[in-house]
Ligand binder design. Structure first.
Ligand SMILES: Nc1nc2c(c(=O)[nH]1)N[C@H]1C(S)=C(S)[C@@H](COP(=O)(O)OP(=O)(O)OC[C@H]3O[C@@H](n4cnc5c(=O)[nH]c(N)nc54)[C@H](O)[C@@H]3O)O[C@H]1N2
Ligand SMILES: Nc1nc2c(c(=O)[nH]1)N[C@H]1C(S)=C(S)[C@@H](COP(=O)(O)OP(=O)(O)OC[C@H]3O[C@@H](n4cnc5c(=O)[nH]c(N)nc54)[C@H](O)[C@@H]3O)O[C@H]1N2
Ligand code: SF4
Ligand SMILES: [Mo]
Length: 825
């Protein structure tokens, strides 16, 4: 986990067999593989990355690297990575083509669907890596604007939408997300997150593990609430193994204690807070004694949690996936910030603070001290609903769980075409088999993705972006979430070839294809944005460029292409920008390029009330949609753990990333396995021993997985990681297919969601587990989810897979896939 400990991992994998020091040079590349955004120093030999290690001079990550970053080279030169576009031919086979042909196929395919004039007929799904590329931040807004579709889906409704919704309601801005001030806090309360393995999320924290250790060393306290004794929990002073799904009750009881024991102190925030009394009223019935059985945490321990939080000199509350993809996700995320606010820890050093990104819109001037913020537009939920099951939108998105039914249910507004950008919902979302059936119903599908995987194998056109060493990097998303303000930019380490468009060019050309002008130069898209943005800026009396000529400003932008020119514009107009000579700071692309290891912008500073966009201009602590959801929580008070009941939670492994890094040889094996973790008591009760195969059944299907008996999960809870199930034909991830694992999300049928945010419940759902009956043994591999597709034949049971998508014979564009074994059963 340290800078030096693992960085050699990739060196041994010298892909071209050349001497490591022959002809080698180094370059810098911000790591795109998780939210920590570590700076890497990359060694390149003969155009290939042969080594990656932490950049010791990086202003933010200071040399830290994890095993994933260290294997950047293997990922970058993965022979299974697509290098040319694939287009489905008349026989239904995906064949390599040139880029012009591919975009012509996109123009024809999408054009055909759009010609019918139904704006919702084209759906868009944005997957997680969109937040890890420059292009993913810059082009999707225009793409969606051009389409005008309401069928917009992202991985957020499999992840953090509850945080956006709760922050939208509290602060009026769903992007205003406070992060724990890890480096200065005296007490960190972590709920449903395992940053020692995930390296953090919705908080950009390079070397999260090291920072937690330093917190302990300086006398701070760490408390972790998690049904598993994770690596993070092992570092903690207090670990509370809560019953999954019951955190909202537990946190509500902590709020109850704060009021009951007179422990609230909202500090300087007081004048900017409304709704405190209403929260007190809501929490009244949720005493520790009332919730303890449902949470399976004693009332005394809940009281201790509340007192420790309130009496710490400073404290930060941080929740992540285990607080989010759960039945009460929005309530839980709301309570995380309520606890901060009530203990005076919101927006103060050592508490939970709002970062300020270099490309953020420059903040509005702060109101006079003691005066409220100007009223904002507020945040509205449910402005429209999904066509089939009437699920409300949140942040203009519909829940991913409704995508399949929107494709398969006939009628006006049916989804007939799909664009996926950097996503693999077949494995990431509930009921992938249902989604695969639906994808087969589409008239057209295009995917921008470097891999032919469980999702993209259904596409008619696959557009693979250039590999990451050949792509520039700037973190538009994660610079808004760091524990210390900073800004860094790295250009491509290796110049891409003529025939290797980066993701920016691909998305620009996709947009142009949509607009019916596939032959226009991609740069026209960027220039249009620049012109519009500068036009708005000069019209804004608050902008440093107010009244200037936008054309002249555009001429002053620097950068080697449209992407860099846009970055330069955003930096100059941003809160640290030189403002074309009139700005508050000095930042511009030129200045940033002169600092290849980044620029430190200092510790986080208080930002309230200036950032508020609520209608009242205050932090609205008790928003109506939240209040309306509390009766649902009240009903959960009566829940008790029944004897023999099992609920399933997920887990992440250090050496993996959702569904797409199982193809990197250096990251395989060890603890990175798709096993069902189970407490010894439960294993004994069910007659299961370590390594036995267990049958796991949920509402959406059944799976078989090997059991790993461990007391790291509490009894009554089993854990299976997600992103596995690489046993489909017609994919091209040969390393992953060797040890495919099973897709945990097939246990779900997609009906369980957090209603306010539409986020799927992926943690804390009931399952049944049984030893695999010997008479079932032949059944393994032909169950609905762990089909042995190699034996069953290509068409059987793989709904989307026409014969053409089955392992193509040698000599076709896509090499055959090895579908070995029966999942891990
Ligand atoms: N049961 C369960 N399910 C879960 C979760 C869980 O905890 N438990 N976690 C959820 C969470 S938090 C998330 S974020 C989602 C993720 O859901 P998705 O984003 O749908 O899935 P990923 O596995 O991240 O797939 C990323 C895709 O992007 C491609 N890709 C990688 N790099 C690039 C790139 O640079 N450009 C492009 N264009 N494509 C790229 C990969 O090949 C892959 O196809 O999964 C969710 N699903
Ligand atoms: N190595 C690695 N790093 C990653 C990823 C990866 O796949 N691998 N994925 C990236 C992505 S997309 C994201 S969103 C982040 C996620 O980052 P984290 O949220 O830190 O990662 P998880 O491992 O999902 O942690 C969720 C924790 O919640 C616990 N949990 C489950 N249910 C409950 C519950 O009801 N209550 C409580 N209190 N806890 C519960 C689980 O046991 C688990 O330990 O990680 C990112 N980084
Ligand atoms: S912690 Fe994340 S950003 Fe840092 S090297 Fe590892 S994968 Fe890359
Ligand atoms: Mo995520």
């Amino acid at each position: 986990m340290t800078a030096t400990g693992t960085s050699d991992e990739s060196a041994e994998a010298t892909p071209n067999g050349s001497h490591p020091h022959e002809d080698s040079r180094t370059g810098l590349r911000i790591c795109p593989l998780c939210e920590a955004t570590c700076g890497l120093e990359i060694t390149v030999e003969a155009g290939r990355v042969t080594r990656a290690r932490g950049d010791r001079d990086d202003v933010f990550s200071q040399g830290f690297v994890c095993p994933k970053g260290a294997s950047f080279g293997q990922l970058d030169s993965d022979p299974d990575r697509l290098t040319r576009p694939l287009v489905r031919d008349a026989d239904g086979e995906l064949k390599e083509t040139g880029w012009d042909e591919a975009f012509a196929a996109v123009a024809a395919g999408l054009g055909g669907v759009l010609a019918a004039g139904e704006r919702d007929a084209v759906a868009v799904y944005l997957g997680n890596p969109n937040v890890h590329t420059m292009a993913g931040a810059l082009y999707p807004p225009q793409l969606l604007g051009a389409l005008g579709t309401r069928n917009f889906y992202t991985a957020s409704t499999l992840d953090q939408m509850p945080k956006h919704v709760s922050c939208g309601l509290l602060y009026g801005d769903p992007q205003a997300i406070p992060v724990p001030d890890v480096d200065r806090t005296d007490h960190l309360l972590i709920i449903g997150a395992n940053p020692v393995e995930s390296n953090g999320s919705l908080a950009t924290v390079p070397d999260f593990p090291g920072r937690l250790k330093r917190l302990r060393r300086r006398g701070g306290r760490l408390t972790v609430i998690d049904p598993r004794r994770t690596r993070t929990a092992r570092l903690a002073d207090r670990h509370v193994a809560v019953r999954p799904g019951s955190d909202a009750l537990l946190l509500m009881a902590m709020v109850h204690v704060l009021f009951e024991e007179g422990l609230t102190d909202t500090g300087e925030l007081g004048p900017h807070l409304t709704g405190v009394d209403e929260v007190r009223d809501l929490a009244r019935e949720f005493s520790p004694e009332a919730v303890q059985d449902a949470c399976d945490v004693s009332a005394a321990e809940i009281r201790a949690l509340a007192r420790e939080l309130a009496t710490a000199r400073s404290a930060a509350v941080y929740g992540r996936v285990g607080s989010s993809t759960v039945e009460f996700g929005t309530l839980t995320n709301w309570l995380v910030d309520v606890l901060s606010a009530l203990t005076g820890n919101l927006d103060r050093p050592g508490g939970s603070m709002f970062p300020l990104s270099a490309t953020a819109r420059a903040p509005r001037p702060a109101p006079e001290p003691g005066r409220p913020a100007a009223p904002g537009r507020g945040f509205a939920l449910g402005r429209w609903r999904s066509r089939v099951s009437g699920r409300p939108e949140a942040k203009s998105e519909l829940p991913v769980v409704v995508l399949a039914e929107e494709i398969t249910t006939p009628g006006e507004g049916r989804v007939r075409a799909l664009i996926t950008l950097a996503g693999n919902p077949v494995l990431s979302a509930p009921d992938g088999e249902g989604l695969e059936k639906a994808l087969a119903d589409l008239e057209f599908m295009v995917s921008v993705d470097p891999y032919l995987n469980e999702t993209t194998r259904h596409a008619d056109v696959v557009l693979p972006p250039a590999r990451p060493s050949r792509t520039p990097h700037f973190d538009f998303a994660f610079n808004a979430l760091p524990v210390r303000n900073q800004v860094r930019y790295t250009r491509a380490v290796v110049e891409p070839g003529e025939d290797e468009p980066g993701e920016a060019e691909i998305l620009a050309r996709l947009l142009l294809a949509l607009a019916g002008t596939p032959d226009a130069p991609p740069g026209t898209v960027d220039e249009a944005v620049i012109s519009r943005t500068l036009g708005k800026a000069v019209a804004d009396p608050g902008s440093p460029v107010h009244g200037q000529d936008p054309g002249q400003l555009a001429e002053r932008l620097t950068g080697r292409d449209g992407v860099e020119r846009r970055l330069d514009m955003m930096l100059r107009l941003g809160p640290y920008g030189e403002g074309f000579g009139a700005g508050p700071g000095e930042l511009s692309l030129e200045k940033l390029l002169a600092h290849p290891h980044g620029i430190d912008l200092g510790p986080l500073r208080p930002r309230l009330p200036g950032l508020l966009r609520t209608r009242s201009g205050t932090v609205e602590l008790c928003p109506e949609p939240i209040r309306a959801d509390v009766p649902r929580l009240r009903a959960a008070l009566r829940r008790r753990t029944e004897d023999g009941e099992l609920v399933l939670v997920g887990r992440r492994h250090l050496r993996s990333n959702n569904s797409w890094m199982h193809n990197v040889p250096a990251l395989r094996g060890g603890s990175n396995r798709c096993t069902l973790q189970m407490h010894p008591h439960d294993a004994a009760r069910l007659g299961l021993a370590d390594g036995d195969s267990a049958r796991i059944t949920g509402d959406g299907g059944a799976l078989t997985a090997p059991v790993e008996v461990t007391d790291a999960v509490r009894s009554g809870v089993v854990s299976l990681p997600h992103g596995w199930g690489h046993d489909r034909p017609g994919t091209r991830m040969r390393v992953a297919a060797d040890d495919p694992g099973v897709n945990v999300n097939q246990l779900l049928d997609g009906t369980l969601v957090d209603p306010l945010s539409g986020t799927a419940v992926l943690n804390g759902f009931p399952v049944r587990v049984a030893a695999l009956d010997p008479s079932d043994v032949e059944q393994v591999g032909v169950g609905p989810s762990d089909l042995n597709l190699a034996d069953a034949g290509p068409a059987a049971g793989a709904p989307g897979a026409g014969p053409s998508e089955a392992a193509p014979s040698n000599g076709t564009a896509v090499p055959p896939v090895r579908t070995t074994g029966t999942g891990s059963g």
